[in-house]
Design a protein. Structure first.
Lengths: 257, 301
């Protein structure tokens, strides 16, 4: 195939996926453990709202918009941290409500001024194939920071988890989009949920790395949209591993650590 | 028959009885047509645009004010060619306004009066296949704007016969100014002739043809659908075979794809105002195209 493999396209995209996975696999395990599956989508919406607010303040492009996105994501994380402490059993519902609430506020803000709408879409539907080599250092720095802080001790604090989560999601959603962020968080965590410690992380990373690689190759080979096909491959990979491990035989799931 | 003639005479009577300044209510689908109505109708029409310059006309969100405007509109001025297929039929139905239903005189579609590009159903990936009717971004060809202006003047005269002379005179004036402006652009844009470029979406092919530029490849043939790695490999292969000088995208599109190609090829990514109002300078059709041509020329340096 003449049009098939162009490493200059696939490699930066795959590396971006690996950087996203680096932080999302450990964070995803915590998300699954706490049963707050949709928190990433809610936090991404908060970040999107930050972009719109930056627009209303007349801030143009660049770091100030990113700062606004990160600030709102952090505010959202703090709010959700607060609600979890107060109403732990209602947390999933509160996350769902905050998602639709923030998304609707964004729509209302943009109702009479469509200028920010494109920024919002840009922010939430980042497309992995547009990753350039220039995008990678910043993504590496941010995800490295998250990882360092996580294993440096912040994973023991609930507040630390929420804040690191806000940082990781704000960075990754713009590069790979909401769907891939969700899949990168949850699928490896599902695959590894019966394992502990280092083996769990290894299983998560391997599933993710193989899923991204096969997805990108499929996109090149069969001319398919990259993000969507990676999500499908990740899901199939996760399901296969789960089936292989006999999880579909209704064995009671082991207690998580 | 009697009812029809009674209604007709009633309408005529109302028309005659109405004050001279009773303006036509016009709802334009896009800012470029709102601007054109303003040129030709002047104060005889109250014009609103359903979309803003920073919005992708392929999709908009319904608001009560939009339905209210459609309800009162005497004339709907849209592009047609399926550009508004995602929302206009719904708006027309919701409006319950018989004057602007498809096929009636109050539904003006600019694409009916020009030759559409990409009309053939070629199975060429790079042409995309979103619009089976042909490429709807017709206002990016200045000759098309002149043709649509003539047709619009005729339509306005038909809907508002009392002001027919007014519309004809304003159209003549616009055509003169537009012709002069076109001459200016052709002279100024002479260095752009034969320059190869890539586009984000296939919207700019009209202007490229008008200026004699060569569109070598398109990054995102289907708006809103992410491309495949295979398509991008093909894009890179083409740009290596036939190097491009610039990559153009509109103000409402994400700059990321164009920057991606900029990194790969070294050709600059150029953001062009898609329509009237997209930049502070582009206050009407002529100043808008002034800015487009100037931006392209600046990118060449």
């Amino acid at each position: 195939m003449n049009t098939g493999l162009e490493w200059n396209i696939l490699l930066p995209a795959w590396l971006a996926g690996m950087l996203v996975l680096a932080s999302h696999v450990p964070l995803g395990r915590r998300v699954l453990e706490r049963g707050i599956i949709f928190i990433d989508i809610a936090i991404a919406q908060f970040a999107g709202l930050g972009v719109i607010l930056a627009h209303f303040l007349g801030w143009q492009g660049g770091w100030r918009v990113q700062a606004a996105a990160l600030l709102l994501a952090a505010v959202g994380a703090l709010l959700l941290h607060g609600t979890e402490r107060r109403w732990p059993r209602l947390q999933e519902a509160i996350i769902g409500v905050s998602f639709v609430l923030v998304a609707s506020v964004a729509i209302l803000l943009l109702a009479h001024d469509a200028h920010g709408g494109e920024h919002l879409r840009e922010m939430l539907v980042g497309q992995i194939l547009w990753t350039t080599w220039d995008d990678l250092p910043l993504l590496a720095l941010l995800n490295g920071l998250v990882l360092a802080a996580w294993f440096g001790g912040l994973r023991k604090s609930a507040l630390g988890f929420y804040l690191l989560f806000a940082l990781a999601i704000t960075a990754s959603v713009q590069v790979v989009g909401v769907y891939l962020v969700f899949a990168s968080l949850i699928v490896p965590a599902l695959v590894a949920h019966a394992l502990r410690g280092g083996r769990a992380l290894l299983a998560g990373y391997l599933t993710g790395a193989v899923g991204y690689a096969l997805g990108l190759l499929a996109s090149a080979r069969w001319d398919l949209p990259a993000g969507a096909v990676i999500v499908c491959v990740l899901a199939v990979a996760g399901f296969s591993v789960a089936a292989w491990r006999g999880l579909v035989c209704r064995r009671p799931p082991p207690v998580l650590d | 028959m009697r009812i029809v003639s009674t209604l007709a005479s009633l309408g005529l009577a109302l028309g005659l009885a109405a004050p001279v300044h009773a303006a036509l209510e016009v709802l334009a689908c896009e800012p470029e047509w709102a601007a054109l109505v303003r040129e030709i109708a002047g104060d005889r029409a109250r014009v609103a645009s359903a979309t803003t310059p920073s919005q992708d006309p392929h999709r908009i969100e319904a608001r009560p004010s939009l339905i209210a405007r459609a309800r009162n509109a005497d004339l709907l001025v849209c592009t047609g060619a399926e550009l508004e297929a995602g929302w206009l039929p719904l708006l027309q139905r919701e409006s319950g306004n018989a004057r602007i239903q498809p096929g009636s005189a109050g539904h003006f579609e600019a694409a009916d009066f020009v030759e559409l590009m990409d009309k053939s159903q070629r199975v060429d990936r790079d042409m995309g296949d979103v619009h089976a009717a042909g490429n709807p971004h017709i206002h990016l060809d200045p000759d098309n704007v002149a043709r649509v202006a003539d047709a619009l003047a005729t339509r306005l005269a038909r809907l508002d016969a009392a002001n027919a002379a007014h519309y004809a005179a304003r159209n003549r004036d616009f055509q003169n100014r537009w012709r002069e402006a076109m001459q200016g652009w052709r002279v100024a844009a002479a260095p752009l002739k034969g320059v190869p470029l890539a586009t984000h979406h296939k919207d700019w092919v009209y202007l490229a043809r008008w200026l004699g530029m060569r569109v070598e490849t398109t990054l995102e043939p289907k708006p809103g659908i992410e491309p495949s790695a295979a398509h991008l490999a093909e894009v890179l292969r083409r740009t290596r075979e036939r190097p491009i000088r610039m990559i153009v995208y509109t103000n409402y599109q994400s700059p990321r794809p164009s920057r991606w190609l900029e990194e790969k090829t070294g050709a600059p990514a150029v953001r062009l105002p898609y329509t009237v109002g997209a930049t502070p300078r582009a206050t009407d059709l002529i100043t808008w195209m002034d800015e487009v041509v100037d931006t392209l020329l600046a990118a060449l340096k």
